[in-house]
Design a protein around this ligand. Structure first.
Ligand code: ADP
Length: 500
């Protein structure tokens, strides 16, 4: 076996460019504009979760490689071309990256699906969103203003908004391209340089994007990519004394580790963490729409979404009907080969995640929930498949209702009235997202205020647009990404006084 060749039984439906990328030899780290092996010489395998087969061999970066990447990023920030390049040119780079993502969207989408397991249609949409986010922040690069401050007449005072410096960015596997665009695009728009660590489960889309960024002409050291594991490469970024800001998306548990590690040099920190989002359906809602979009809200990306609609609160009078209809929707989902366009749910990302979710299905039975759909692994002989699962008879106090499962699993819980819906909805350590389905406009807006969540969807679910902030209340993290809020995350403000 050629250890770097794809061993995928679906090679026949892969694009030649994807095959070429996969078979080009062990994947390397991008440091200072060059592709280099890990200093230790170590590598790891990235696996296709639909077939449990090795897709590619990837460099396993650690502390020493992160050190090199930080040095390259520092050099590019302080002394390279980047600080003197100016906003118009930075904007052009970001627009060019957006164009290259679009030109190579099919290939990137296939890499996302191969590495992560999500259905190809979802990967195509992810590549399009990533391009849009780069384009959106390309627009911002020329619109980052300071202020003139109305100081004493004998003074002239103004403020400058400046890049922070070297940014460490640690991203998860559930949106391996979109989460990069959320972090890299605003960081570069503001004039920072980046050390990016993709998740070990899905390094390939990031590495291909790295190639495209070099093709776009991004100067050396501005983007550095260190693939590797969380406790080694990730922890080295969290603790590095010469990284000025760290941005993390992932589990609440690891978010807390990052926060502790960042205290060493008081890095600026933004954390986008877990969720257990309430999706509240009133009796007066458009039920057909609520059922269809709630199913999508929890089952998209196999439920491996931080803002997934995992706790469905349904008003008592429609509880049985809703439960029956959402279970029927779950049973309509086509679980299988994610590269097949007719598939609507693929495998979970990894064996570890598969075992974790199957563990929760066992727990649901022990806690006495009623299985209305799914509740078991998929019938496929290979691959990390789990059937879309709906539980009724669950209480908000059960562990399956409180802990983030990160799989295609929802609990359906009854509520009496508005007050009860808000109390149960807010009864969680998380606060990332919430949704309300009702035809009563004032009730919808009242609940939007009462729910403690960073995003609230009214009669819809899961809409995210780069123009609007996204982030969490409570243990779902802090700092808001997207919109102008990412510009705030990636800049320092300096006040200047002149004595007249
Ligand atoms: P999940 O549990 O969903 O895999 P994690 O929070 O473990 O999410 O992972 C998200 C990202 O954080 C990945 O890139 C992972 O490698 C990284 N990571 C995991 N552990 C650590 C750590 N101790 N320090 C820094 N990064 C970490």
């Amino acid at each position: 076996m050629n250890e770097s060749a794809p061993q995928n039984s679906n090679c026949r439906i892969l694009l030649p460019s994807v095959l070429e990328f996969l078979s080009r030899g062990p994947k390397k780290l991008l440091i200072g504009g060059k592709w280099v092996p890990a200093k230790s010489g170590k590598t790891f395998e990235t696996i296709n979760p639909a077939h449990e087969e090795v897709l590619a061999i990837v460099a396993e970066g650690d502390n020493a490689d992160v050190d090199d990447a930080v040095q390259a990023a520092r050099k590019a920030f302080e002394g390279g071309k980047w600080p003197v390049i100016g906003p118009h040119q930075r904007a052009r780079y970001l627009f060019r990256i957006a164009e290259l993502i679009e030109t190579n969207a099919k290939e990137l989408a296939k890499l996302i699906t191969l590495d992560n397991g999500k259905p190809i249609e979802e990967s195509i949409a992810e590549a399009a969103r990533a391009a849009e986010t780069f384009r959106y922040y390309g627009g911002w690069a020329t619109k980052i203003y300071g202020e003139t401050n109305p100081s004493d007449p004998s003074l002239f005072s103004y403020s400058l908004r400046e890049p922070i410096g070297v940014c460490g960015q640690i991203i998860p596997w559930n949106g391996p391209l979109s989460t990069i665009s959320w972090k890299v695009a605003p960081a570069l728009a503001c004039g920072n340089t980046v050390v990016l660590k993709p998740a070990e489960q899905t390094p390939l889309p990031a590495l291909r994007l790295g190639e495209l960024m070099l093709e776009a002409g991004v100067p050396e050291g501005v983007i550095n990519i260190v693939t590797g594991f969380g406790p080694t490469a990730g922890a080295a970024i969290g603790a590095h004394p010469d990284i000025d800001k760290v941005a993390f998306t992932g589990s609440t548990e690891v978010g807390k580790l990052i926060l502790r590690a960042s205290a060493g040099n008081l890095k600026r920190v933004s954390l986008e963490l877990g969720g257990k989002s309430p999706n509240i359906i009133f009796a007066d809602a458009d039920l057909e729409r609520a059922v269809a979009l709630s199913a999508r809200g929890v089952f998209r990306n196999q439920g491996q979404v931080c803002c997934a609609a995992t706790r469905m609160f349904v008003q008592e009078s429609i509880y049985d009907e809703f439960a029956e209809r959402i279970a029927a929707k779950a049973n309509e989902i086509k679980l299988g080969e994610p590269l097949d366009k007719t598939t609507t749910m693929g495998p979970l990302v990894s064996q570890e995640q598969h075992e974790r979710v199957l563990g929760y299905l066992k727990l649901a039975r022990e806690e006495g929930a009623d299985t209305r759909a799914g509740g078991e692994r998929g019938p496929q002989p290979k691959g990390y498949f789990v059937k879309p699962t709906i539980y009724t008879g669950a209480k908000n106090g059960m562990r399956i209702s409180r802990e983030e499962i990160f799989g295609p699993v929802a609990v359906v819980i009854p509520f009496k009235d508005e007050n009860d819906a808000v109390i149960q909805g807010n009864d969680t350590i998380y606060g990332l997202a919430a949704a309300v389905w009702t035809r009563d406009l004032s009730r919808a807006h009242k609940l939007a205020r009462a729910l403690k969540a960073g995003s609230v969807w009214l009669n819809c679910y899961g809409i995210i647009d780069p123009i609007a902030p996204f982030g969490g209340y409570k243990q779902s993290g802090f700092g808001r990404e997207l919109g102008m809020h990412s510009i705030e995350l990636y800049t320092e403000i300096k006040s200047v006084y002149v004595k007249l």
